[in-house]
Design a protein around this ligand. Structure first.
Ligand code: HEM
Length: 475
């Protein structure tokens, strides 16, 4: 752990006094340093105006552990891999997902991302087999088929020439169809034009809800609330359709949906209610596609900006695959592509912040973390830390070669989080990313054409602000 610093930029003498009387080491320690406290709203406006720059500045100015105030809430950032391990793994039982997940709860309900305690543990244990290696073997083929279908529609539009497409939207559509087919055995292709925007609306609302200090209840008919309700209704209807189609067919397809439906309690009698099923399906539906779509958009931007890397990716894909579609067995041989995807998620981590709230006092980085504090781990701040990465702004896939990865803490690179709440879909996601990139680069020249290049917008995921357009030319 980093050493304790003695100076605090806050006037927290009263709290220290109180702590000293308690007479233990935790309560005697100082709070982390951070920007001067402003009245009432604290540092919230500076932060929200530009979260990514704020995170970089806090890290560079105050070190690995810093404290900001968002109204009455203490917000501590930690950028030290060992301290992150402490929060996410060693002492994880002292932390719950914070208030900012309440936005997601509005739409995901009490699914895997938002639930806590024994309920979450049970659901996680029961869902895990659906993401095991053996299951992924079969899914690779379905993913490749979805990519083929998308490419066929592009080819039909191209007619041998270059076309201009909304690349980010196309990736959202493609990843939505992959989630639909692989996890729920349903083809959502025709509905993607209405579902895609609905997903954007609910996630945006979830984000605004999480950020707002004063929250307008959902029943108040503000334009934002009404938009949210309409979009949520559409998604609910889709999820309902997915569940009832499977109930009617009563077939065990061996996919996630069948597994969730087959779950019973210890006595073997109680099944998941429709409401719980709805929450889990909605959670996977939302968690499982925008993240990958975002990764794809940033990866193709970086490949456009680094033609030498693109050439290597294409050469590897041609050598390993020739003309045939990607299968699960090919994945280990697409090694360089794996480094490229990792490097893309290092520079643009789709989930840019993870937040936990301390249930009891703790120590992080040698500083006191009073009960109730939100401890934030930012993959963005971590992946751009000059202490952990040489020339962090430079795109260099070779960082992830075995030689250069040696000795690096596992907690310096956290696109999928860590500890018991690590992303359940991480292998699924890496496989999907490889299938998509390896398929596209062999058939198309994809050139991101948004000019100036898109900048990241930190919403629920780190999206390209104003989308990303691309020029596609069949090869
Ligand atoms: C590039 C793609 C992805 C990225 C970067 C990503 C990232 C993450 C991160 C950082 C977390 C942890 C959040 C936290 O600790 O607060 C998480 C959790 C989760 N992810 Fe992913 N994810 C991706 C793809 C997927 C996919 C494809 C699925 C499902 C099909 C999925 C389902 C989930 C679920 C259910 C959780 C909650 C796990 C739990 O708390 O038990 N994710 N993801």
């Amino acid at each position: 752990m980093s050493n304790m610093r003695t100076s605090s930029h806050f006037d927290d003498a009263a709290e220290l006094d109180h702590g000293t009387k308690q007479g233990n080491a935790t309560s005697r320690a100082a709070l982390p340093p951070g920007p001067p406290k402003r009245l009432f709203f604290g540092n919230v406006f500076e932060f929200l105006a530009d979260p990514l720059t704020s995170i970089d500045q806090l890290r560079d100015k105050y070190g690995d552990t810093s404290l900001s105030r968002f109204g009455p809430i203490r917000f501590v950032f930690t950028h030290n891999p060992d301290d992150i391990h402490h929060v996410l793994v060693r002492n994880h039982r002292n932390y719950v997902k914070s208030r900012s997940y309440e936005g997601l709860r509005l739409v995901m309900g009490n699914g895997l991302v938002t639930s806590e305690g024994d309920f979450w543990r049970r659901q996680r244990r029961l869902s895990q087999p659906a993401f095991h290696r053996q299951r992924l073997v079969g899914l690779g083929e379905t993913m490749a088929e979805c990519v083929e279908t998308t490419m066929a529609t592009w080819l039909a539009r191209c007619d041998g020439k270059t076309i201009d497409i909304d690349f980010h939207q196309e990736m959202m559509r493609l990843t939505l169809s992959i989630v639909g087919r692989t996890l729920f055995g349903i083809d959502l292709g025709h509905e993607s034009n209405t579902l895609g925007p609905a997903v954007s609306v609910v996630l945006q609302h979830a984000n605004e809800f999480a950020e707002s200090i004063v929250r307008v209840p959902l029943w108040v008919p503000t334009p934002g609330n009404l938009r949210f309700q309409r979009a949520k209704k559409l998604l609910d209807a889709t999820v309902h359709k997915i569940i009832s189609a499977r109930r009617e067919s009563n077939r065990d397809e061996g996919d996630l949906l069948s597994m969730l439906m087959g779950i019973t309690d210890e006595s073997g009698e109680e099944r998941m209610t429709d409401a719980q099923l709805r929450d889990e399906v909605m959670t996977l539906f939302l968690a499982g596609h925008e993240t990958i779509a975002t990764t794809m958009s940033w990866t193709f931007l970086l490949l456009t900006q680094h033609p030498d890397v693109l050439a290597k990716v294409r050469a590897e894909a041609n050598e390993v695959l020739g003309d045939r579609p990607v299968t699960f067995a090919d994945l280990p041989r697409l090694e360089y592509l794996g480094w490229v995807v990792n490097e893309s998620m290092r520079i643009y981590p789709p989930v840019w912040i993870l937040e936990r709230q301390a249930l009891a006092d703790d120590m992080v980085g040698g500083y006191r973390i009073p009960k109730g504090t939100i401890v934030a781990v930012s993959p963005w701040g971590l992946h751009h830390s000059p202490k952990l990465w040489r020339n962090p702004e430079r795109f260099e896939p070779e960082r992830f070669s075995p030689e250069r990865s040696e000795g690096r803490s596992k907690y310096a690179f956290l696109p999928f989080g860590g500890g018991p709440r690590v992303c359940i879909g991480n292998s699924f996601a890496l496989m999907e990313a490889k299938v998509i990139v390896a398929s596209l680069v062999r058939r198309f020249s994809v050139e991101i054409a948004t000019d100036p290049p898109p900048t990241p917008e930190p919403r629920v995921t780190l999206r390209p602000r104003d989308g990303m357009r691309a020029k596609l030319t069949p090869l």
